[in-house]
Design a protein around this ligand. Structure first.
Ligand code: HEM
Length: 148
């Protein structure tokens, strides 16, 4: 399996898992367990228990997703620039990822204002859609396709 496939599939799977964790954050009412951002109770690693552990896992797992999506986009730009669909979708997913992280920050800083909280959910769906499109494009790429 090519590195691009590993990264694109990893982006799709990890984004899906992050959405599940986010749903659990909301469902369990843990959204304000870390009332500040980017730190949590003024600490990089807070004492991990109950709601703090749930909210903190959501933030921490964002790092996994960010690594996969950023690496996919970077590799597309460096080695697969001729595959226009992959380039476009991976770049779009990187832009949506940055917007989603900023929206996560706003959601916390506005103490879960429903407008931002709902926008965070909507953008999560959009991000997953684009990440999935990237993975499908990569999956359908002919196996003998040359990079560049
Ligand atoms: C790729 C990045 C992210 C994705 C895909 C994502 C996805 C989600 C999803 C699907 C929910 C559940 C929303 C609902 O059911 O209404 C959620 C909740 C939440 N997320 Fe994220 N999230 C991301 C990053 C972040 C970041 C970086 C923060 C920063 C603090 C954050 C903060 C929150 C908070 C506070 C909630 C709870 C909102 C509430 O209870 O109203 N998220 N997230």
């Amino acid at each position: 399996m090519t590195l691009l496939r590993v990264l694109a599939y990893g982006s799709a799977v990890s984004t899906y898992v992050l959405i599940l964790i986010g749903g659990y954050v909301t469902f369990s009412g843990s959204g304000l367990a870390c009332p500040d951002w980017p730190l949590c109770h003024g600490q990089i690693v807070p004492p991990l228990y109950g709601p703090v552990l749930i909210e903190y896992s959501h933030r921490l797992f964002t790092l996994v997703v960010s690594t996969f999506i950023s690496a996919t986009t970077l590799l597309a730009w460096i080695r697969y620039r001729r595959a226009r669909g992959i380039l476009a979708f991976s770049t779009a997913s990187f832009i949506l990822l940055v917007a989603q992280i900023l929206l996560g920050m706003v959601t916390v800083r506005t103490e879960l204002n429903p407008v931002f909280s709902t926008a965070h959910l909507a953008l999560a769906t959009g991000l997953f859609g684009v990440v999935l499109l990237t993975a499908v494009r990569v999956h359908n790429m002919p196996s003998g396709a040359q990079p560049h």
